[in-house]
Design a protein around this ligand. Structure first.
Ligand SMILES: [Zn+2]
Length: 349
């Protein structure tokens, strides 16, 4: 039923050979030169996600960033999954959300499990999250296993923001990435790493995940004009639910996974059970013949299934977050009136 609905609401595109470049990860030479395994390992207390006082709306240190060519027409829209013609590829993705009034965490169990298994993945990093976790962000950016996409500056809701604010949410995140990439390059040069190796680290994220899974047609157009592909998901861990357990995540994912899926989880401390589920989940998926690829690799491996709207399971189902989160950048408890209750599958937190 669900699959039929998705098919009805998406459309296949002509084969995209040449449209999508698959190489969008870090550099092994840079990564291994800069960080030892003990420095990379999860530290105590890092996972904790907390609230700041007043919202922090300050810009990054610099707001310039490399311009990207406009997105190819064939990738415009909300990309949910990829028709890989049966090839058992899956893109594991993890969001690093951080609202203006939030200092979210770093869930090292997620990252460590991926590294231990040699599993490729894509992280959608909030710009402000990168600024508040610079070392962890630089490790993710330079790791050849991982691709970094944008998750907007302060988790703005692209169903609500005006054009100027949408542009700022994207631009500041690209700028923060550029600052950290430059810092990585300086550190790598000091270690004698070649310019060729440094150059393999992408100059800018080329993917964006809309916070709350919310968009509007003009948001999709803006993102495309700035050169980014909008990546939704087709399979969820359900990890924002506080009742989520590792067992439940393994069960849900194994029961639902299909070739070409894009799986969403969280690595900012707001995912419940994800890090503990991953070691077993990765083993079980591999037993079933699945290979893990970055989102860019998945896009290059088949025909993306693209919708004209952004949703979780059914069109319109993320619109509820407008009422709960407003412009998205502040946690509801700071707003007037009784605190609304997000549904358990709320994807943004
Ligand atoms: Zn989010």
């Amino acid at each position: 039923m669900r699959f039929a609905r998705i098919l009805a609401l998406t459309f296949c595109l002509p084969f995209l050979a040449g449209v999508v470049t698959a190489r969008a990860a870090g550099s092994a030479a840079v990564f291994t030169a800069l960080w030892s395994p003990d420095v990379l390992a999860a530290g105590p207390g890092e996972r904790k996600s907390g609230r700041l006082g007043p919202p922090d709306r300050s810009p990054p240190e610099a707001t310039t960033f490399p311009a990207l060519p406009p997105l190819p027409e064939a990738l415009a829209g909300s990309i949910r999954r990829v028709n890989t013609h049966g090839e058992k590829l899956v893109a594991l993705t993890f969001d690093l959300c951080e609202l203006a009034d939030q200092k979210s965490g770093y869930d090292g169990a997620v990252v460590d499990a991926l590294r231990a298994a040699g599993a490729k993945a894509t992280f959608f990093a909030g710009g402000k999250w990168m600024r508040s976790h610079p070392t962890r962000a630089m490790q993710l950016i330079s790791d050849p296993l991982f691709e970094i996409g944008s998750h907007a500056w302060t988790h703005g809701n692209f169903g609500q923001l005006d054009t100027a604010e949408m542009r700022r949410q994207i631009a500041w995140t690209q700028a923060e990435y550029a600052l950290l990439r430059e810092k990585i390059a300086l550190m790598a040069r000091e270690k004698g790493i070649s310019e060729a190796a440094i150059a393999t680290i992408p100059a800018a994220p080329t993917l964006l995940r809309f916070p709350y899974g919310r968009c509007r047609p003009d948001a999709l157009s803006l993102v495309a004009s700035m050169g980014l592909a909008a990546i939704q998901w087709s399979l969820t861990t359900g990890d924002p639910d506080p009742h989520s357990t590792p067992e439940r995540i393994v069960k849900i994912v194994l029961a639902r996974v299909r070739p070409g899926d894009i799986l969403i989880g969280h690595a900012n401390g707001n995912g419940h059970g994800t890090g503990e589920a991953l070691p077993r989940l990765l083993v079980e998926l591999r037993k079933r013949g699945y290979r893990f690829v970055t989102v860019s690799e998945l896009l290059a491996a088949g025909r993306p299934l693209i919708a004209s709207d952004c949703y979780d399971f059914h069109p319109g189902d993320t619109a509820q977050y407008d009422r709960i989160f407003g412009d998205g950048t502040i946690h509801p408890r700071h707003k007037k009136g009784p605190r609304p209750q997000p549904r358990p599958e709320h994807p943004g937190q």
